[in-house]
Design a protein around this ligand. Structure first.
Ligand code: NAD
Length: 481
């Protein structure tokens, strides 16, 4: 049983306004939970609790190995409740339970990775200009962190933020997306069970423009870490300027997946599917922008189309289902809007472009796998993030041309390409201006590898050692003897 409440200073509480929100199942729009809907006052109380736990509560002074021990304990609890977590995540997001299980395994691993890193940084001695002095560098926790996560990978994205912040000695106020709060509430419960002291972790539910904006504006928050859309990221950056708090942003993407003539066709088709149809394309690194060299273009399109026709759309709890619904009615309408725009722009619709006819799926927010060919670089469907099960195919002739076109975007999150030419792998890896580049693969993540975007895809990195360092300040201590 999930507490549908806010967690502030070690207590489960209702919103001060007593407001609540119904959480809907995207499969059929049924109500799966009613949770407290916090506002600015609740957020201020949570920030004060985190402030106290940081300034007076001793969390930053807790030995790093002890912080690590608590994180290991939390990882064990997540693993213990893996199935319950996976089912909750699928209820809340509509994604298949199999996908949610993979997420939960990743999440336990993420907590373990940062648990292990917590006590590994011994600082650094640097050369000092004066022989009678010494200079050392130490890393100290940044302070109180506001953490705002999106709805597409609710607990995975939250864990990317929580684990390194807590390992570094920061205290946190976590704000999950208001439409998918359930697994973040559950992990907060498990953190309590693991023994994290009161005030170190606070979880506030509520609308972004209130709870999230308060975190971004507050003078008592030292760092704001946000994952979500570019427009929201920009407003957070502006709000954060008030006290020059540190800003970490993981924003959107429009990720090219480039298929050269010498690609392994079967693999490239497989991964073009994997690159897009996880969670119905609602993934920041979805390789929706497929660019195919002219010699392989027709064969690739034919093979992709055949495979896309076989994707089973339905209930994420049914083992046969390969793709669940979109997250909400509002998002479904947004995807539909882009389909219209693409057709007006002259893209050729080969598949999908509509909701499924299956009567069993009519109450949910479903959309069929959709394929457009004859797309051009300047089309909105090619340049803007649709965040749905929609692939656009562009044809190209030369390597130089495709590099120029792939980089011609405001985004810079991730890119992939397929070729068997080793020299080309080197050239392409260097030429693509994206935070992650995959050669002969797509959508590969692991906790050791930092993740983040060039250009408007974000600021800073999550995961890896860098992901921990983002939650630290560097202090230079100069001692004159
Ligand atoms: P969103 O920007 O609408 O919301 C994200 C979060 O921000 C939510 O918790 C929301 O409540 C909050 N929020 C909304 N308005 C706010 C405001 N004014 N101030 C502070 N917080 C506010 O994004 P979304 O629709 O939940 O998520 C989809 C977006 O997230 C996509 O653009 C996707 O690419 C991006 N995303 C990026 C990554 C990455 O790693 N780069 C990962 C997942 C999702």
């Amino acid at each position: 049983m999930i507490h549908g409440k806010l967690y502030i200073n070690g207590h489960w509480v209702d919103a001060l306004s007593a407001a609540t929100r119904e959480i809907l199942n995207p499969f059929d729009a049924s109500v799966i939970a009613t949770v407290a809907e916090g506002g600015r006052d609740d957020t201020r109380a949570a920030i004060q609790a985190a402030r106290h736990a940081f300034d007076n509560g001793g969390w930053p002074q807790t030995p790093a190995a002890e912080r690590g021990r608590l994180l290991f304990a939390l990882a064990d609890l997540i693993e213990r409740d893996r199935e319950e977590f996976a089912r909750l995540e699928s209820l809340d997001t509509g994604k298949t339970v199999e996908e949610s299980r993979w997420d939960m395994d990743d999440i336990a691993g993420i907590f373990r990775y940062f648990a292990g890193l917590a006590d590994k940084d011994g600082g650094e001695v640097i050369a000092s200009p004066n022989p009678d002095s010494s200079s050392t560098l130490v890393r100290e926790p940044v302070g109180v962190c506001g953490q705002i996560s999106p709805w597409n990978y609710p607990l995975l994205q939250a864990s990317w933020k929580m684990a390194p912040a807590l390992a570094a000695g920061c205290t946190i106020v976590m704000k999950p997306s208001e439409i998918t709060p359930l697994t973040t509430l559950k992990v907060t419960e498990l953190a309590e069970e693991a023994g994290f002291p009161a005030g170190v972790i606070n979880t506030v539910l509520g609308p972004g423009p209130e709870v999230g904006a308060e975190l971004a504006e507050s003078n008592d928050v030292d760092l704001i870490s946000f994952t979500g859309g570019v427009a929201t990221g920009k407003s957070i950056m502006r709000a954060a300027a008030g006290n020059v708090k540190k800003v970490a942003l993981e924003l959107g993407g429009k990720n090219p997946n480039i298929i050269f003539d010498d690609a392994d066709l079967d693999l490239a088709v497989d991964y073009a599917l994997n690159g897009v149809f996880f969670h119905a394309g609602q993934i920041c690194s979805a390789g929706t922008r497929v660019m195919v060299q002219k010699g392989i273009h027709d064969r690739f399109v034919e093979a992709l189309l055949a495979r896309m026709k076989r994707i089973v759309v339905g209930d994420g709890f049914d083992e046969k289902t390969q793709m669940g619904p979109l997250i909400s009615a509002q998002h479904q309408a947004k995807v539909e809007g882009y389909i219209e725009i693409a057709q007006q722009e002259g893209a050729q619709l080969l598949l999908g472009g509509k909701r499924p006819d299956d009567p069993a799926l009519q109450n949910g927010y479903f959309y069929l796998p959709t394929l457009f060919t004859e797309c051009k670089n300047d089309m909105r469907i090619v340049q803007e993030e649709v965040f749905g099960p929609v692939i656009t195919i562009e044809r190209f002739a030369t390597e130089e041309e495709v590099i120029q076109r792939a980089n011609d975007t405001i985004y810079g999150l991730s890119a992939g390409f397929w070729t068997q030419n080793a020299d080309r792998i080197e050239r392409m890896s260097k030429a693509l201006r994206f935070g992650t580049v995959w050669a002969n693969d797509f959508n590969v993540y692991f906790v050791q590898a930092p993740w983040g975007g060039y250009k408007q895809s974000g600021l800073g990195r999550e995961l890896g050692k860098i992901g921990l360092e983002e939650y630290t300040e560097v202090k230079h201590i100069y001692r004159n003897y």
